[in-house]
Design a protein around this ligand. Sequence first.
Ligand SMILES: NC(=O)c1ccc[n+]([C@@H]2O[C@H](COP(=O)([O-])OP(=O)(O)OC[C@H]3O[C@@H](n4cnc5c(N)ncnc54)[C@H](OP(=O)(O)O)[C@@H]3O)[C@@H](O)[C@H]2O)c1
Length: 345
Amino acid sequence: MRNLPRIIYRFKEYLLMSGIRVGIAGVTGYGGQELLRLAARHPGLEVTAAMASSAREGERALPALTGLWAGDVEPLSAADLARSTDAVFLALPEAASAELVPELAARGTRVFDLSGAFRLRSAAARARWYPRTPDLDLPVLYGLTERCRTALAGARVVTCPGCYPTAALLALQPLADAGAIAGDVVIDAKSGISGAGKTPSEKTHFSERHGSVAAYGVLAHRHSAEIEQELDREVTFVPHLVPLDRGILATIYARVRPGTGEDEVAGLLEQAYGDAPLVRLRHAALPDIKQVAYTNFCDIGWKLDAGSGRLVLVSCLDNLGKGAAGQAIQNLNVAFGLEEQAGLL
Ligand SMILES: NC(=O)c1ccc[n+]([C@@H]2O[C@H](COP(=O)([O-])OP(=O)(O)OC[C@H]3O[C@@H](n4cnc5c(N)ncnc54)[C@H](OP(=O)(O)O)[C@@H]3O)[C@@H](O)[C@H]2O)c1
């Protein structure tokens, strides 16, 4: 044990010399391509495996990444992923993650899963929303980075929160934790269409979405369960699809505890994010999707009518950045002792 500090030092030195070897499963999808774009330029990472499904044969081209990455896309293989990497990002449909996470974890690979498969802790909620998810016999960390930095160092399986929950939770959680929220909370969120993944459906088809806005999943969306789990209170969450390719804007309507003033709201958010490199507090200058698209920032603004206690928060992020790939890399950075924002600015 006397040699432990030296071993840790050598291990860190080894990682810094060679780069942390990462694999990406689902690299032909929207989240996976964003992961590859970020990981290929990241100073501390080396992409040693990039895999799509095994459903298609032949070469898989990623033209958007020409000049950034010159590897080959392989069909999915858990054994090859585990063999060639220190950590793996899964950007797969839930059912595929549900199958792969236990297998990779059993092989000792550190996993950062972008899907919702392992986000819900209650077995009943999981059975309802993610029926393919098995019980795991090792802990799963809910990876909202700003809330779990210390726990990330030892985590083997990190479930990265979804894009809607990240926008809602980053704005609400510091206030809810302090008991500053009273009464109903309504989260009215708008998402760009890439949030639905690369396979078009009748609902997400360009000709349906162009020039239109639609609510969906009203009172029946799995992200309600996730937001309620993390806030430990009920919320009304209404997602909308808007004709943008990427970005999420959540407008949150709440009431504060009587007597809560602007200084207290600002103070709680500043205390939570004073040292957070990827959360920007905009105060009364409400944020806008254009300001966060193609970045890994979550921008939060708010207005309080202190007399009535009405609080409106606006939280904004890029669903493929801070809402997916960027957040997963941020988690890996912290988990492996790198700078939190490495490769993300
Ligand atoms: N899009 C977002 O904004 C966003 C945000 C947060 C979280 N997420 C979550 O991240 C995950 C990926 O989302 P996405 O939008 O990137 O999806 P996507 O664009 O549909 O891409 C899915 C990827 O998974 C692969 N795949 C599909 N079926 C598979 C199977 N049965 N086994 C193995 N691989 C399979 C696809 O490979 P092929 O090309 O070979 O089909 C593709 O590489 C989802 O769980 C989603 O809920 C997405």
